[in-house]
Ligand binder design. Structure first.
Ligand SMILES: Nc1ncnc2c1ncn2[C@@H]1O[C@H](COP(=O)(O)OP(=O)(O)OP(=O)(O)O)[C@@H](O)[C@H]1O
Length: 242
């Protein structure tokens, strides 16, 4: 049996009396693009924080490439690459210096790191910018550098939390296209958290998260059911998405 890239099974999480996630189950298939669609406050960031172990998950289970996050945290986290909403790279260092630092954090030796840095820079189309400081890059290039950082240790799955926030229309499209290309050409999987319907295609696997609960998972085309995703989302949640 092929193991899924990510399996979330009956996971809940509360902040005091606020239930941020309520019995959430979802699967990201290997080599797939799964969109996690929800309006602000749906619970997307909380879910990512549990998957990355920023928060402890005490209910249900989370498995990354078959590794249980509680029982085999090191193996599970090693299979995960994360692009957070906020920047994770040093703006005053060059792209290459940042990548070298993150390679060393992952225990990649110097000679292997040089080859990995070349490879990920080529994958995200930033080979010519490797000596530039992060602060000198455009917003879209900075996002692509973040994706290169997330790929440095050859993860099985990328988690991207609102990866296009703050970008102009062209850069948004580029970052999304890059993510889809990484899946097609390099076999990674992606969980793409967003509140923007336009980023989702009919063939995509879609999870609709609302008020901490998964309302639907399936192909976006099927969920849209001929009436369009905007209408389907409104019918399911009672709320209009962007
Ligand atoms: N640290 C926290 N303390 C208390 N409540 C929190 C905390 N973080 C999130 N919440 C609450 O949990 C719920 C889910 O929030 P979360 O940030 O996960 O949603 P989201 O879908 O990522 O939204 P956004 O896109 O705005 O980040 C919301 O009701 C939020 O107010």
């Amino acid at each position: 049996m092929v193991t899924a890239a990510l399996e979330i099974d009956h996971v809940s999480h509360s902040f005091g009396r606020v239930t941020a996630l309520d019995d959430v189950s979802l699967t990201v298939p290997r080599g797939g693009f799964t969109a996690l669609l929800g309006v602000n406050g749906a619970g997307k960031t909380t879910l990512f924080s549990l998957i990355t172990r920023l928060y402890d998950n005490s209910s249900g289970s989370i498995r990354v490439a078959g590794h249980d996050l509680r029982r085999q945290p090191r193996q599970a986290l090693a299979r995960l690459g994360v692009v957070f909403q906020s920047r994770a790279m040093d703006a005053d260092l060059s792209v290459r210096q940042n990548l070298a630092y993150h390679a060393s954090l992952h225990g990649i030796g110097r000679s292997n790191a040089a080859a990995r840095i070349e490879a990920v820079l080529a994958q995200v189309g930033l080979a010519e910018k490797s000596g530039d400081r992060i602060s000198a890059l455009s917003g879209g290039q900075q996002r692509r550098a973040e994706i290169a950082r997330a790929l440095i240790h050859s993860p099985d799955i990328l988690l991207l939390d609102e990866a296009t926030v703050g970008l102009d229309v062209k850069s948004r499209a580029e970052v999304l296209a890059l993510t889809r290309r990484l899946i097609a050409d390099h076999g990674v999987s992606a969980l793409w958290a967003t509140h923007i319907m336009d980023e989702i295609q009919p063939d995509d696997d879609l999870v609709i998260l609302h008020q901490g609960r998964v309302l639907r998972q399936g192909s976006a085309g099927q969920i849209a059911a001929g009436q369009g995703l905007t209408r389907a989302f409104l019918d399911l949640t009672g709320v209009a998405a962007a």
